[in-house]
Design a protein. Structure first.
Length: 183
């Protein structure tokens, strides 16, 4: 089983793991492609580079604004009619799925990776998937942490830090995010 599958299976991977160099190699390749991605103003070129990074076609009615940061890429799937504004960061080792009709404001971070709490184990990495369901709006500067699902039609207020699943049809905000209102 490769290191990416081990992470997706919930294993905590030490930085000293002999296979950790595979993650470093993959992130280095993605960083190189990101330079190209963030330097082009041509939509056709952007979509070609996106496919090199993620392995997936970007739907023609989906927009990803630059600059955009992603560390792996091949663990991100984006649906139809999605708008991702500028300065967003995706750490996608755990997998990021964004369903159709999602709006993501500037400076949003989707972070599927983290480190153990115990100081002696902190030189390690774990990953948990993020799922953004259909018709979600994530406000500027929000941070979505590992393992979170944002429910259908939900709104995440600007600046929120979401550490737990968000039900369908609610507005959440704050640090940590809590339900502010039903829609």
């Amino acid at each position: 089983m490769d290191i990416f599958q081990r992470l997706k299976n919930g294993e905590i991977i030490s930085f000293s793991d002999p296979d950790y160099k595979i993650i470093k190699k993959k992130t280095s390749r993605t960083r190189s492609l990101q330079v190209e991605l963030n330097s082009t103003s041509d939509t056709h070129d952007f979509r070609k580079i996106w496919k090199k990074i993620t392995g997936n076609e970007l739907e023609t009615n989906t927009t990803v604004s630059i600059p955009f940061q992603i560390n792996i890429g091949t663990s991100t799937v984006i649906g139809k009619n999605v708008f991702i504004n500028s300065d967003c960061t995706f750490l996608d080792l755990g997998g990021i799925t964004i369903e159709d009709d999602v709006l993501i404001a500037p400076k949003v971070s989707l972070l599927t990776e983290g480190h153990p709490v115990e100081p002696e184990k902190r030189n390690a990495l774990f990953a948990k998937p993020i799922l953004i369901k259909r018709n979600v709006w994530i406000g500027a500067g929000a941070i979505i942490l590992p393992g979170v699902t944002i429910g259908e039609n939900a709104i995440v207020a600007a600046g929120a830090v979401v550490s737990k699943d968000v039900p369908d049809n609610v507005i959440v905000g704050g640090i940590p995010a809590r339900i502010l209102k039903n829609i």
